[in-house]
Design a protein around this ligand. Structure first.
Ligand code: C2E
Ligand code: MG
Ligand code: MG
Ligand code: MG
Length: 293
């Protein structure tokens, strides 16, 4: 694994000294070491059909297994990698490794699963990004239409003209674009009209207080309505309970990703989940007292 990352192209290092804590600085130093040691790994979280609960794909989620600190969560290290440029190296590795992993998942499951990969603002702006994408597709042999690239509203808003041209080229590779954490960023709805977007991922903050919160219910309903009329798919993120699942499914949300239907897991566990015919059946069926639709 260390070899793979080591092979990746040059490292762009531009330290930002606008006030990281001492802790961040030592974490940052440890990250460069971690790349050389191959301490970064990928977990995969199932994205399931809300109605059948069959696995449709996975989101690739990066993990850092530090020998002393244990698993460092991405909220700790992704912002550092984003500010010092290491994200370009880590992100290119993750995209390629995720495609290779997807190929194996597809071979085992014998069906066209997809892989969703997070692309940070800095990766998206990197002028090598399309080459990196092409390389990942060619090297792994997956088809572009089995790839979903997740970007945030913020990524689109930094430079909409540039964003549009990159997005168009991404879709020329048949890759689909998802808006991650939809509704939490600074953006305008106009971008849904302007850019070639296929998927909205409803942020967990709108899901977690369902079905009790009438405001969150209204927001989810509005997003699902909007998506339906714009012909976009929707993934509800962070579904943890049957009640949330039932709410979202009954409102016509097609896809769900959350602890209820599978936590992020290493590839071998994801493979087991794919092979396990009873995986979907293990999850209880939605309550029967309310009609669907
Ligand atoms: P995200 O892309 O929005 O990913 C979803 C996050 O929600 C993941 O956190 C996932 O573990 C978590 N999650 C999913 N279902 C549930 C649930 O039911 N309950 C709860 N409490 N959490 C749930 P994670 O893995 O810690 O990643 C956090 C963020 O770090 C990601 O948010 C993404 O922005 C970033 N990230 C992770 N991996 C990568 C990567 O490879 N590249 C880039 N650029 N960013 C990454
Ligand atoms: Mg994501
Ligand atoms: Mg998200
Ligand atoms: Mg999120």
């Amino acid at each position: 694994r260390a070899k793979e990352t080591g092979k990746a192209r040059c490292l762009i290092y531009s330290p930002r000294l606008n006030g990281p804590s001492e802790h961040d600085i030592s974490l940052e130093a440890a990250m460069f070491q971690a790349v050389r040691e191959g301490e970064f790994l990928l977990y995969y979280q199932p994205i399931v059909d809300a109605r059948t609960r069959q696995i449709q794909g996975f989101e690739t989620l990066m993990r850092w297994k530090h020998p002393a600190l244990g698993l460092v969560p991405p909220v700790r290290f992704i912002p550092i990698a984003e500010s010092n440029g290491l994200i370009n190296l880590l992100g290119a590795w993750a995209l390629k490794a995720a495609c290779v992993q997807l190929k194996q998942f597809q071979e085992v499951a014998q069906r066209p699963l997809y892989m969703s990969v997070n692309i940070s603002p800095r990766q998206f702006r990197n002028d090598k990004f399309l080459d990196i994408l092409d390389d990942a597709i060619t090297f792994s042999g997956v088809s572009g239409d089995n790839l979903v690239l997740e970007i945030t509203e913020g990524t689109l808003m930094i430079d909409p003209v540039h964003a549009e041209s990159i997005l168009v080229r991404m879709t020329e590779r048949q890759a689909r674009i998802a808006i991650d954490d939809f509704g939490t960023g600074y953006s305008s709805l106009a971008y849904l009209k302007r850019f070639p977007i296929s998927v909205l991922k409803i942020d967990r903050t709108f899901i977690k207080d369902l079905p009790a919160s009438s405001k969150d219910a209204a927001i989810c309903n509005a997003i699902l309505d909007l998506a339906k009329h714009l012909n976009l798919s929707v993934v509800a993120e962070g579904v943890e309970t049957e009640e949330q699942m039932h709410f979202i499914e009954s409102r016509g949300c097609q896809y769900v990703q959350g602890y209820l239907t599978g936590k992020p897991m290493p590839a071998h566990a994801a493979l087991a989940a794919l092979s396990d015919k009873t995986y979907a059946a293990l999850v209880p069926t939605p309550p029967a007292h309310e009609p669907r639709g």
